[in-house]
Design a protein around this ligand. Structure first.
Ligand code: AMP
Ligand code: MN
Ligand code: MN
Ligand code: MN
Length: 285
């Protein structure tokens, strides 16, 4: 199968993106994307809208989701592609994964209030498109609006991350559960943006890849909006070492915030197996 301009990772207002699924479909199509997936955090509520919009544009589509996972004390993200959006086990698992977010957000707001930033819960809620999916991104937008930080990246440097005000440790889904939900819903599990994790040791990263593979995970994002060229090379090598297919996704959230637009990524190297080869029968035309 050809090396496509595939973009298999992005977010809509159904999670922490700022564009509606239909607007993302139009933007992907306009940017020359040849295979697209919407992968909202822990949520499938945008899938029907995305696939209908894609179909109307003649843009081939794969269903998608990005599951928040706690692996050996670290938050990692596992993308599921080609899943049945009506699968009950996946739907229930995602609902449980979402369920702690409101309480976590209240605790984040308490911490921010304690450092002199009141009203952050209500402030973040103004940016939330889906009441079950209040995320750190929504807090980041409020802190920019309030003039406390000049952009959302600055927010994550100063707040909301480990050791900073507004960080609340949270237990997400287990790695084995997330991979099983994806597989049993007919999909392929993908380690998202692997270069973005602060592994406490090289062994920890090796364990993530080994356990992911042992649970039936089949792919890793090699080309990502949050990877440098050197990081893409490193994870291309690791994909080959672990016998994983390779995925490609911008992780686009917003025209105002994201450095990498939909479809604007280097192509996958020819030595890799593109993840869409494993998903040929799941592509919706
Ligand atoms: P949550 O699922 O609520 O923990 O929020 C995670 C989201 O925060 C990620 O999906 C990104 O959209 C955003 N995020 C995390 N770290 C950063 C960062 N350093 N810069 C910008 N956005 C970030
Ligand atoms: Mn996000
Ligand atoms: Mn992610
Ligand atoms: Mn993402």
């Amino acid at each position: 199968m050809a090396i496509l301009n595939a973009d298999l990772h992005c977010h809509s207002t159904v999670s922490d993106g700022t564009l509606e699924p239909e607007a993302l479909a139009a933007r992907a199509h306009a940017n020359g994307v040849e295979l697209w997936a919407l992968t909202d955090h822990d949520e499938l509520g945008g899938q029907q809208r995305a696939l209908h919009a894609a179909r109307a544009l003649g843009l081939p589509y794969l269903t998608g989701v990005e599951i928040s996972v706690t692996f050996a004390g670290l938050t990692v993200h596992i993308v599921g592609l080609g899943i049945d959006p009506d699968d009950a086990q996946l739907g229930d698992g995602l609902a449980r994964t979402r369920s702690g977010r409101e309480q976590r957000a209240r605790e984040m707001a308490e911490q921010l209030a304690a450092v002199g930033i009141p009203g952050a819960f209500e402030g973040a809620l103004k940016y939330v498109g889906n009441p079950e999916l209040i995320s750190r991104t929504h807090f980041a937008r409020f802190l920019v609006e309030a003039g406390i930080c000049h952009d959302t990246h600055d927010v994550f440097r100063r707040f909301l991350t480990e050791g900073k005000p507004g960080f609340v440790a949270h237990r997400w889904a287990a790695l084995g559960d997330a991979v099983r939900w994806i597989r049993e819903a007919g999909g392929v599990a993908v380690i998202a943006h692997p270069a973005r994790y602060a592994h406490p040791s090289p062994t920890h990263e090796y364990a993530l890849f080994a356990e992911f593979k042992a649970h039936g995970g089949q792919a890793v994002e090699v080309v990502s909006g949050s990877h440098s060229a050197a990081e893409a090379l490193r994870y291309a090598d690791l994909a080959l070492e672990f016998g994983l297919a390779a995925s490609r996704g911008s992780d686009f959230h917003s025209p105002d915030e994201s450095h990498t637009d939909l479809g604007a990524l280097p192509l996958l190297e020819g030595r890799l197996t593109p993840v869409w080869e494993l998903l040929a029968d799941r592509i919706i035309h």
